[in-house]
Design a protein around this ligand. Structure first.
Ligand code: 13P
Ligand code: SF4
Length: 332
């Protein structure tokens, strides 16, 4: 017989009391999974708060690179995921593709000594390690501007991977020149050279969606995540990371209408009224949505049976350099 969500929640609670496990859930998780999280937040909050947690196991409800970041920062912890769900953007680059991108810069006359690589946290540990070994660091959408401001003080070209939108949006905000590898622009004329990766969920929001809402509700505000296309960000009233969007919307007058361009699950639980999803489609992140309460229960049960499943492993060298890249970010 299939268990209801309420029955599953009771069973999960029982196992959580018995075991040394912290359940961690990203804002984009389904509501019922998000609700059972001991630690919830955006990718930066999850990486930092789990580091200070002392349970033996971290059960991470999110996508692969996030669980990996916890393991990299706290190698002594056992990190398990109910689903090894992949972020589509993170999968657009691996170590080999990263090396090819560096070679494109070298071929344009930009030597490694003059490159400071920055990887968005939405990348695998292998890419973070490559970046760490080259003297670079990680950023998230919450701190990208700060990281880039500090990095520019070294007077080097920034190679920004994998999200071309975040890289270009920060460059636009800071009045810097940017290009995307392969777009035909002169790399030597750019302060920030972006890899050609993107988030397929955030590509769903368009300038036409913004025009539609502005026409329908002339006083509406438009708030979007910086993984959206630069044209969409430029046409919006506010651009911010997951946590920044939550704060921006919480501070609005309850009567103020706002249309939000980010993942559906999060937008849906932001505010009771006057909040719209900036799309005619349902912009769900398919892999974030894979994790169910039944998966969480099965993962806890496997720990209880002494046979944990879906445990994250990162080899020693990758762990060392990826940690350095993450810690450089945290130090700022
Ligand atoms: P945050 O860093 O804002 O949590 O975003 C992660 C993400 O995957 C956005 O699509
Ligand atoms: Fe990755 Fe986009 Fe999903 Fe975020 S919303 S986890 S960037 S695919």
């Amino acid at each position: 017989m299939q268990l209801t969500n309420e029955q599953l929640k009771d069973k999960i609670d029982e196992l959580k009391k018995k075991l040394s496990v912290t359940v961690v859930a990203h804002f984009y998780q389904r509501d019922e999974v998000f609700e059972i999280g001991d630690i919830t937040g955006d990718s930066l909050e999850l990486a930092t708060r789990t580091r200070d947690d002392d349970s033996e196991f971290v059960l991470f409800c999110g996508v692969g690179f996030m669980g990996q970041s916890v393991k990299v920062l706290s190698p002594h912890k056992r990190v398990v995921m109910p689903r090894i769900a992949c972020c589509a953007m993170a999968k657009m680059i691996d170590g080999k593709a990263y090396d090819t991108a560096v070679k494109v810069l070298n071929d344009a006359g930009i030597e490694n000594d003059n490159i400071l690589p920055i990887t968005y946290i939405n990348s695998d540990a292998e890419v973070k390690a490559r970046v760490g070994e080259m003297g670079g660091l990680v950023c998230t959408s919450s701190n990208a501007k700060k990281i880039i401001t500090t990095a520019l003080q070294e007077g080097k070209k920034i190679l920004f991977v994998p999200d071309r939108c975040l890289g270009q949006n920060i460059a636009n905000e800071m009045g810097l020149k940017s290009c995307v590898i392969g777009d035909g622009k002169d790399l030597n004329q750019s302060d920030i050279i972006c890899y050609d990766g993107f988030c397929s969920v955030h590509q769903l929001f368009t300038v036409e969606d913004i025009e539609f809402y502005r026409k329908k509700y002339p006083d509406i505000l438009i708030a979007v995540h910086p993984e959206c296309d630069p044209a969409v960000c430029q046409a919006s009233d506010f651009v911010g990371s997951t946590s920044q969007l939550i704060k921006y919307i919480a501070d609005l007058d309850p009567e103020q209408k706002v249309a939000v361009g980010t993942e559906f699950n999060m937008v849906n639980r932001l505010r009771e009224k006057n909040t719209y999803v900036l799309s005619s489609t349902k912009p769900e992140c398919p892999t974030m949505n894979e994790t169910t309460l039944l998966d969480v229960y099965n993962t806890l049960k496997a720990i209880d049976d002494g046979n944990p499943i879906n445990e994250i492993q990162v080899d020693e060298k990758t762990q060392k350099w990826a940690k350095i890249a993450l810690e450089r970010m945290m130090a700022l």
